[in-house]
Every structure is written in structure tokens, then in C-alpha cells.
Design a protein around this ligand. Structure first.
Ligand SMILES: NC(=O)c1ccc[n+]([C@@H]2O[C@H](COP(=O)([O-])OP(=O)(O)OC[C@H]3O[C@@H](n4cnc5c(N)ncnc54)[C@H](O)[C@@H]3O)[C@@H](O)[C@H]2O)c1
Ligand SMILES: [Zn+2]
Ligand SMILES: [Zn+2]
Length: 356
């Protein structure tokens, strides 16, 4: 089969790899029809996630058809159309019993990290009963693939950790796919104002189109002042960090209102400063989070009923044969007006396409 292989920092190649086989009774094999690229894959490519070994097939997002299941898999059969969650879990260990499936002793974020992932024709899913979700016919591949990682991240690590409540003033720092997913998730809780902050004007316009009430290009270094003007000096109730840099974390600390929440979602490669000399008495809450995927079934229902349409994030489509070019497009998002870049695995004859 064809698979996208990480060859060390800055190096990727589409290679021929053996098709995965069942290794444990709890495994399933999925033939992918659609996959996509995540900001986390860009971090891996830059060398920010050293746990990822050379030779690893990348990707933790995907939709496809189950081709084989191990004898201990009870929820899925060959032929089922499924979405792959980035988190697999045993459902039994101490972490799973606390609802912390991302820290499962046998599962967690394995795909495209410690095990070969979904940017390939086939993938082996360990602990498949808790790592896959059936996709109803009403949900097409492009909507479903947004529920593998970015929508659960935006909902769990963004809107829920930030405890967005009706009428809240919410800021999102970084409106790449994950920040925009947090924006869609925050809208489910009816915020009063939603301020999007980024360096990329196209992504800011996308945020406005999805429901941001104000957008700020932070390239001039004055985003904190702008937020303070917009909020008449009060700051924001909830600030969701979706970049993973010291400067963006600083901005979050600079605009959070007393009693507010900072919900950190970005993957940080370097230490950041926590300004407790200013915040010690501000009664704020800071949360961090690796997504658990506990909301994926809810998100499937919201998409199936038409109340949430994550296809609005898709800007580009590439066949698997051109996935290296797709990475280039996604890594240079501002130049290419790119948000979510979808890979059509089962359509080898497809031509790259800018979604309309
Ligand atoms: N916590 C989790 O479980 C989880 C899950 C998925 C992704 N992530 C992380 O979320 C982050 C966002 O993912 P993504 O796919 O949207 O990535 P992305 O790289 O496509 O988007 C990042 C956005 O941040 C903007 N940005 C960069 N520097 C900035 C700055 N100084 N000020 C303002 N904006 C800036 C970029 O223009 C871009 O729009 C990444 O760090 C990713 O690894 C975390
Ligand atoms: Zn991801
Ligand atoms: Zn577990």
C-alpha cells in the first residue's frame, strides 16, 4: 500500500509499505477513503514532537471502511463505514475509568505518533471498540473526517475546558483548523462576543464567516490593546489558545478578565512564562488538554442533524499520490488561503482541487 512516511525533521515521502495485519484480538483494519492533515503533523515535521520516530506513517484523522476485525472486537464488522478517532482506549484502566481516555494505559494518541497512522491506504486500529465510530449515511466523508481530531479538540479542550457560557466574551488566539473548530464549538454555547485573533487575513475572514463578531490581525503586536478597547477595558471571559507559542500564550494572559478562563489547546515545543505576578489574584482558571474524544458521538449527531457543518473548513483536496504537495500547501497556509486540506485516498485519479 501507499503511505506517507516521516523521515525525520523536514522530510516526508510517499512510500510503498506492507499492508497492516491484525496483531491483537482487539484490533481492526480500516481501508481509508479520506484523511487529512493536522497542525500537529506540522509540529512533528518540524521536529517538535521528538517521540515520533523516523519511518512512522503519519496521520491521526480518517474515514474508511472496516475490512477485518479481531475476535475480541464486538462493536464493528467488516464493511462498516467508520471514522477513526485520534484517541483509542481500553475503557478499563484507571485513566479510562476517570474519563481520561487520552491517558489510557494501553491507548491514547497512538496513531501517527507511536504507531503507524492514517495517511495511508490502510491502518491498523488498536482497541478498535473505543477507537472507531460508525458514520451515518447523512454524514459524508469530509464532514466525518473533521470529527477525528479538530472538532473534539475544539469542543473538549476549548469550549468545555473554557466553560463557555451564554453571553460570554470569548477570544480565540489562532484560527487555524483547531481554533476554527473551537469557534464552531463555542457557538454551540451562544457566546455574546467571539473575537478571532491570527496573523493570516484569509483565516480571519473565514472566522468572521463562521460567526466571529470581531477579528484582529495580531501582526502589529497590538492585539491585547485592541481586545481591551473592544471589551471597554474588561478583558475576556474565556480565551482559547490554539497556536502553541510563548507569544500567543502571553497574549492570552494579557486579555483574560478577572474570574476568566484560559483554555490552552496548542502543542507547545518550548517553555512559556506564567505571569503569576499579575495573575495570582485574578481568580483565573488555566486548563491544558490532550483531547479525549469523549464528545465524538455527540458531534456525529450534531452533524447528522444539520446543526453543525464542519465541511465549511475544507479549502483544498488532494489525492493520496500528491500528499507531499498537500503538506506544502498546508504549511504555507496564508499564501495558499488554506484551512483544512483533505486527502482523497480512494480516488487516485483526482486532481488537486481548491474547494468552492
Ligand atoms: N490539545 C490537543 O489535543 C490538540 C489537538 C489537535 C491540535 N492541537 C494543536 O493545536 C494547534 C493548532 O492546530 P491547527 O491544526 O489549527 O494548526 P495550524 O498551524 O494550521 O494553525 C495555527 C494558526 O496559528 C496562527 N498563528 C501562528 N503564529 C501566530 C501568532 N504569533 N499570533 C497569532 N496567530 C498565530 C497561524 O496563522 C495559524 O492560523 C497546534 O499547536 C496543534 O498541534 C492540539
Ligand atoms: Zn490533530
Ligand atoms: Zn484505558
Amino acid at each position: 500500500m501507499k503511505a506517507l512516511v516521516f523521515d525525520g525533521p523536514g522530510r516526508l515521502a510517499l512510500r510503498t509499505r506492507p499492508k497492516p495485519v491484525l496483531a491483537e484480538p482487539t484490533d481492526a483494519i480500516v481501508r481509508l477513503t479520506t484523511t487529512t492533515l493536522c497542525g500537529t503533523d506540522l509540529h512533528i515535521l518540524r521536529g517538535d514532537v521528538p517521540a515520533v520516530a523516523r519511518g512512522r506513517v503519519l496521520g491521526h484523522e480518517g474515514v474508511g471502511i472496516v475490512t477485518e476485525v479481531g475476535p475480541a472486537v464486538t462493536r464493528f464488522l467488516a464493511g462498516d463505514r467508520v471514522l477513526v478517532s485520534l484517541i483509542t482506549a481500553c475503557g478499563r484502566c484507571g485513566a479510562c475509568r476517570k474519563g481520561l481516555t487520552s491517558h489510557c494505559e494501553r491507548g491514547g494518541w497512538l496513531l501517527g505518533n507511536q504507531l503507524d497512522g492514517t495517511q495511508a491506504e490502510f491502518v491498523r486500529i488498536p482497541l478498535a471498540d473505543n477507537g472507531l465510530h460508525l458514520v451515518p449515511d447523512a454524514v459524508d466523508d469530509e464532514a466525518a473526517v473533521m470529527l477525528s481530531c479538530i472538532l473534539p479538540t475544539g469542543l473538549e479542550c476549548g469550549a468545555q475546558n473554557g466553560r463557555v457560557a451564554p453571553g460570554d466574551v470569548v477570544a480565540i488566539v489562532g484560527v487555524g483548523p483547531v481554533g476554527l473548530a473551537a469557534l464552531l464549538a463555542a457557538l454551540l454555547y451562544s457566546p455574546g462576543e467571539l473575537i478571532a485573533i491570527d496573523l493570516d487575513d484569509h483565516r480571519l475572514e473565514t472566522a468572521r464567516g463562521l460567526g466571529a463578531t470581531a477579528v484582529i490581525n495580531s501582526g502589529d503586536g497590538k492585539a491585547a490593546e485592541r481586545v481591551m478597547e473592544l471589551t471597554h477595558g474588561a478583558g475576556v471571559d474565556v480565551v482559547i489558545e490554539a497556536v502553541g507559542l510563548g507569544t500567543t500564550f502571553d497574549l492570552c494572559q494579557g486579555i483574560v478578565a478577572p474570574g476568566g478562563r484560559i483554555a490552552s489547546m496548542g502543542v507547545f515545543a518550548r517553555p512559556v512564562e506564567l505571569h503569576l505576578e499579575r495573575l495570582w489574584g485574578a481568580n483565573i482558571t488555566l486548563t491544558t488538554g490532550l483531547v479525549d474524544g469523549r464528545t465524538t458521538s455527540r458531534l456525529v449527531r450534531l452533524v447528522a442533524s444539520g446543526r453543525l457543518d464542519p465541511r465549511r473548513l475544507v479549502t483544498h483536496r488532494f489525492p493520496l499520490s500528491q500528499i507531499v504537495a498537500a503538506y506544502d500547501t498546508f504549511a504555507n497556509a496564508a499564501q495558499n488561503r488554506a484551512v483544512k486540506v483533505v486527502i482523497q485516498v480512494d480516488n487516485p485519479g483526482a486532481r488537486p482541487d481548491r474547494a468552492g
